[in-house]
Design a protein around this ligand. Structure first.
Ligand code: C2E
Ligand code: CA
Ligand code: CA
Length: 724
């Protein structure tokens, strides 16, 4: 073999030229290196790989090659070359980066072999090839990145995978599946049996059956189960299985294995708090609405029933009879035969009375030996005469109780709505008064309440007149009580609370006059005055540079008034600069629940005008979850009775916690009322209730004191103890 090989691509000789063509066509670069002189010969492809023509590179020396090599790879290549020259390596083989003409690096796989040594045995000539492996390398690199990403996301999502080869029985777990099982490939060798054994008994049954179905019938699964890890930690997992078939026969199972404990725990907590709340609600409802002895509605439910009957009668132009029934001679039975017999007698009487009433009428136990019947849908008052006399008869029959023959009678007082155009409370009082007269007239009889004679009715009418006059004379004022964000102490708005500045009796709280107007048109007139005054106040504060939103209490009657929305629109129109978010309404939970359809619609229409709602005194109305979902409110105001005692009463605290959880689920804001001390504020904050109102922050004050208070509060935003 000659020392000097001519350039491969310069061959004149035919056969050599052909060979060169063949080699070029294979895409392999060829090199031939005179180790001692450094002279390097190469073919066209060798030059092409790094972006040159042969001419451009000619003549090239060994150092031209080495300077084109990536510095990191040069070290590696030199080391391998030395090893090859020493005879340690049979072949020289390296993957290295070479600089391309346009500046970037390409990956080249170089292989070579020493083919000649000089007389002293030193390397003389070496030949070899270059292959462009850039594409393969890029794919490899992408694979590494993709695998890393996959691994990371699997770790983040606690999402592992598994594969079972049904032919060999080999089970493969991904790294994350090991991690979920608190183990590693070094520590644990997974088998199907071992994997299944870790499941809790119920889950084990399910997974065993599911695997059986997959292996034998080719049916996959997607299950949420409970398992232990190899370290005995209990976790919730989601495990899925997809079956691969070959010629209809399952050959491989693959699936995911995901740790869903966090998600499951959150769900469980939520379910539990919902359940607790629902249970508490229904228990409360029951004890709050029914008499345990006779199972009849109690006073609370009675008030509701009277109200409904009154409404229905107004709609249908019918009459309602409210009959107050008091037993004559019951005390004697009790004294002579004892309480147990007395209780049995009451149960029997209740039963007899229910019997003579029509379906749909209400019989309630008012207390002791007093019952109230509400008979509605009467086309005339006299239509109830028959029922009343049957009630008298049914009580007066001799009753056999534990072999004792007992006899009592009843005195019944009756009043009729709307002849007696009074509130439910007053209707009851009037029926009670009439019952007294029946007793005075000799018992075992009924008496009808005499409206003309009644001083209470007269008094009520006078009060109404006086309140109407007060409205005319501008004797009402609005006080404002701030609401704050406990986290930042920022003031989020104020609640408007009405007062009557009475010329002789002084400043009167709403409890002194609002109940009087409760069922009267005046209630709506006062409500309108409050909204108008609040709007003027917002406007005034805005013009003084203060953007303070006001919440206004809306009475049930006002809210359900057919002109509520149109009147509101008219009022809002008078304040063109006004941002509707500055006005908010507070409605009682109980009124929100009354006519849910109607209230829902009114609320929605207000929302469209930009005015939103809070549910006031929340916790006292036994709202069910389904109702709450339907009410488009923004905020719940926790009733102050719960807040006041939450520091000492664990039940109240639990109710508050329940309400906070509930609010979270429905995405509602929660305001706690009645925050009287700094400790209230701290506890609420720790429970996650962030908004508060109460004497501890500020008592309600006249409008002209609010701005001064705001400045003071900014300077020193501290709650004080104002508990009484
Ligand atoms: P509310 O809507 O629950 O208003 C809160 C009541 O709690 C106010 O009584 C307020 O002065 C009082 N309060 C606030 N913080 C505390 C505290 O820390 N401790 C205690 N013990 N009480 C606190 P107020 O002003 O006597 O009003 C009583 C109720 O009258 C109101 O209860 C509301 O239902 C009704 N009301 C007041 N103004 C209006 C009004 O303009 N329209 C209507 N329809 N109802 C009104
Ligand atoms: Ca309120
Ligand atoms: Ca309230």
């Amino acid at each position: 073999m000659s020392n000097k090989v001519p350039h491969v691509n310069e061959q004149q000789d035919d056969s050599r030229e052909r060979l060169a063509l063949v080699i070029n066509a294979t895409g392999v670069g060829i090199w031939d290196w005179q180790v001692q002189t450094g002279e390097l010969t190469f073919n066209k492809r060798w030059a092409e790989i790094i972006g040159y023509t042969v001419e451009e590179l000619h003549p090239i020396q060994f150092d031209t090659w080495s300077t084109n090599l990536h510095p990191d790879d040069l070290i590696k290549a030199t080391k391998l070359l030395t090893q090859h020259f020493n005879g340690e390596l049979k072949l020289y083989e390296v993957e290295a980066r070479m600089k391309h003409k346009s500046g970037h690096y390409v990956w080249v796989q170089a292989s070579g072999k020493l083919i000649e040594r000089d007389d002293e045995g030193k390397p003389k000539r070496m030949i070899g090839t270059h292959l462009d492996i850039t594409e393969r390398k890029n794919i490899e690199e992408q694979m590494v990145v993709a695998t890393q990403l996959l691994n990371e996301s699997q770790q983040l999502g606690k999402l592992g995978g598994w594969k079972l080869d049904l032919k060999t029985g080999d089970l493969f777990w991904t790294d994350e599946t090991y991690r979920i099982h608190d183990t590693s490939p070094e520590e644990f060798d997974p088998t199907v049996d071992a994997g299944v054994d870790y499941f809790l008994p119920k889950s084990k049954d399910i997974i065993t059956k599911a695997l059986d179905e997959a292996i034998n019938n080719g049916i996959g699964y997607d299950l949420e189960l409970e398992t232990y890890t190899t370290k005995g930690r209990k976790i919730d997992v989601r495990t899925t299985c997809t079956v691969t078939l070959e010629e209809g026969v399952p050959v491989r199972l693959t699936g995911i294995f995901q740790d869903i404990s966090t998600h499951k725990n959150n769900l469980r907590k939520l379910e539990k708090s919902n359940l607790n709340l629902a249970e508490a609600n229904s228990a409360l409802k029951l004890s709050a609405h029914y008499d345990p002895l006779t199972k009849l509605p109690n006073r609370n439910l009675l008030a509701d029933r009277i109200e409904q009957a009154v409404k229905k009668s107004a709609r249908n132009k019918t009459f309602v009879a409210v009959a107050f029934i008091d037993l004559d001679g019951f005390k004697e039975v009790n004294d002579r035969h004892g309480h147990n017999i007395g209780d049995e007698l009451l149960k029997k009487v209740a039963h007899q009375l229910t019997h003579v009433l029509r379906e749909g009428d209400t019989l309630a136990r008012f207390g002791g030996d007093e019952f109230v019947a509400v008979i509605d849908d009467l086309s005339s008052p006299s239509e109830s005469d028959l029922v009343v006399s049957r009630m008298l008869e049914s009580v007066a029959t001799t009753l056999n109780i534990e072999d004792k023959l007992l006899k009592v009678t009843a005195s019944i007082g009756v009043t009729f709505y709307p002849l007696d155009n009074a509130s439910p409370d007053q209707l009851l009082r009037h029926a009670d008064q009439a019952m007294y007269i029946a007793k005075q007239k000799g018992k075992n009889r009924s008496y009808i309440f005499d409206i003309e004679q009644d001083t209470a009715v007269k008094h009520h009418n006078e009060e109404l007149k006086r309140i109407a006059l007060a409205l005319n004379n501008n004797e009402f004022v609005l006080y404002y009580q701030p609401k704050i964000d406990l986290r930042t102490s920022e003031v989020i708005g104020v609640e408007a609370l009405i007062r009557w500045n009475h010329p002789t009796r002084g400043l009167l709280a709403p409890a002194m006059f609002l109940p009087t107007v409760e069922h009267d048109i005046l209630d709506i007139k006062i409500g309108e005055w409050v909204i108008k005054t609040a709007l003027e106040q917002i406007q005034y504060w805005l013009s003084s540079g203060y953007d303070i939103s006001i919440s206004v209490n809306i009475s049930p009657l006002h809210l359900q008034h057919d002109r509520f929305i149109s009147d509101l629109k008219e009022m809002l129109d008078q304040y063109p600069n006004f941002k509707p978010e500055s006005l908010e309404f507070e409605i009682l939970e109980s009124s929100a629940l009354k006519d849910i359809e109607l209230v829902h619609n009114v609320m929605r229409e207000c929302h469209q005008l930009g005015v939103c709602f809070s549910i006031d005194d929340f916790g006292t109305g036994y709202s069910s979850l389904t109702y709450l979902k339907r009410l488009p409110a923004k905020c719940l105001k926790i009733d102050q009775s719960f807040v006041r005692d939450m520091l000492i009463d664990t039940d109240d605290k639990a109710i508050i916690q329940g309400i906070i959880e509930l609010a979270k689920v429905f995405n509602l804001k929660v305001i706690a009322e009645g925050v009287e001390t700094p400790s209230h504020g701290e506890l609420l904050l720790s429970l996650g209730s962030y908004y508060a109102q109460g004497y501890g922050i500020a008592k309600p004050m006249p409008a002209n004191e609010i701005l001064t208070w705001l400045v003071e509060w900014k300077k020193n935003p501290c709650l004080v103890d104002r508990s009484v």
